[in-house]
Design a binder for this molecule. Structure first.
Ligand code: GGG
Length: 353
């Protein structure tokens, strides 16, 4: 047996545990076939933990996660805990503390999956969003004032640093340079956000000078959202701030078939701390507990994890199996128009491996 990897699992809430537990045996199988071993440690953190302990994860959670090779995350949030509490006490602190400043979200139309954009040049839809993942609109800065009075107001500060923009934009340009089309779209809104997005545009222009081989242009984020629907075939790599990237990638998932298919990787490119891998969907309380959630987003997140851990053949085996099952089209979860359950879908992928 080759290298042993320590992976922490935070399955979280709602459909998180259902899709994470369906994906884990497949990730394990792919790793073992590549001669590696994964030791999984499960952390029961999330909304149940919150009700028992008054917090989403323990005070020493980050210390316990820090030595791991990777974190595999399910989903966070439930109607009985305010969303801003669950998200701000679990997933966002991990991203920030571990400098996971790149949120990589591929948006590719997989074989056998239909897009609501049929006939709009979407046949070869293959985009990837590099979302800034630690600052911007999700810096957590701001306050409520004069609560309960007619003068009540709230401020949410989007804090962008030159360093924070520069590192994620550089990652995005490098990625674009490595892809066949070498295109990069930068999501901005500098006509209205006259401080933060003007800095964003300046830094993008500076970094672009180091990548003359990449054809790039800025788009106001509203125009970019429209372009994703009208001309998705003209887009390749998209670099976006935290909030813009969050929104654009849900749109990207919708036009590539289903939110249930979409994977995400919260990357620490400097490898000073573990990266974290998750399906991009949330906890979906409306279908939680029914065993019908699509596990493909979690399985593809697992494939990204294997690639980042240095197991490209394991990534390919898992990814090819997913694509084979989708191409055959006989096993489909309800989000893809079928009747298969979570475990049936995962079993089909296992058989295809
Ligand atoms: N599987 C990830 C998840 O549960 N996401 C919930 C969510 O909305 N997170 C906020 C974010 O991605 O920024």
């Amino acid at each position: 047996m080759g290298r042993r990897y320590e992976v922490g699992v935070i399955a979280g809430d709602g459909i998180g545990p259902e899709v994470a537990e369906a994906a884990i045996p497949l990730i394990e199988k792919a790793a073992v076939a590549a001669g590696a071993e994964i030791a999984w440690t499960r952390y029961p953190w999330g909304c149940d933990y919150y009700h028992e302990h008054g917090r989403m994860m323990p005070a020493d959670a980050l210390d316990r996660l820090a030595p791991l090779d990777a974190i595999f995350f399910g989903a966070v949030g439930r109607p009985d805990v305010p969303d801003h509490v669950s998200v701000w006490e679990l997933i966002l602190p991990i991203r920030q503390a571990f400098s996971q400043y790149v949120n990589l979200r591929p948006m590719r139309l997989l074989p056998g999956v239909s897009t609501p954009l049929a006939g709009r040049g979407a046949a070869d839809l293959d985009m990837v969003c590099v979302r800034e993942n630690g600052e911007g609109e999700y810096s957590g800065l701001g306050a409520r004032y004069d609560q309960g009075t007619p003068e009540e107001s709230a401020e949410q500060i989007g804090r962008f640093t030159r360093r924070g923009i520069e590192r994620v934009v550089r990652y995005a340009f490098s990625l674009a340079a490595s892809r066949p089309r070498r295109l990069l779209a930068s999501a901005t809104k500098s006509n209205a956000l006259q401080h933060s997005m003007v800095l964003w545009d300046e830094v993008v222009r500076e970094v672009a000078a180091d990548f003359p081989e990449v054809e790039w242009r800025p788009y106001h984020v509203d125009a970019l959202a429209a372009r994703m629907v009208t001309h998705p075939d003209t887009l390749d790599v998209i670099v976006a701030s935290n909030l813009f990237g969050d929104i654009l990638t849900d749109l990207g998932a919708a036009i590539t078939g289903s939110l249930g298919l979409a994977p995400g990787a919260n990357l620490n490119p400097d490898r000073t701390h573990p990266s974290m891998f998750e399906p991009i969907h949330g906890s979906a309380p409306d279908i939680a507990g029914r065993g019908v959630a699509n596990p493909i987003g979690a399985i593809q997140a697992g494939a990204l994890m294997l690639r980042e851990l240095g197991l490209p053949s394991a990534h390919d085996a898992l990814q090819n199996a997913v694509e084979q099952v989708l191409t055959e089209g006989t096993v489909r979860t309800p989000d893809l128009g079928g009747v298969a359950g979570t475990s049936e879908m995962a079993e089909a992928v296992a058989e295809a491996m």
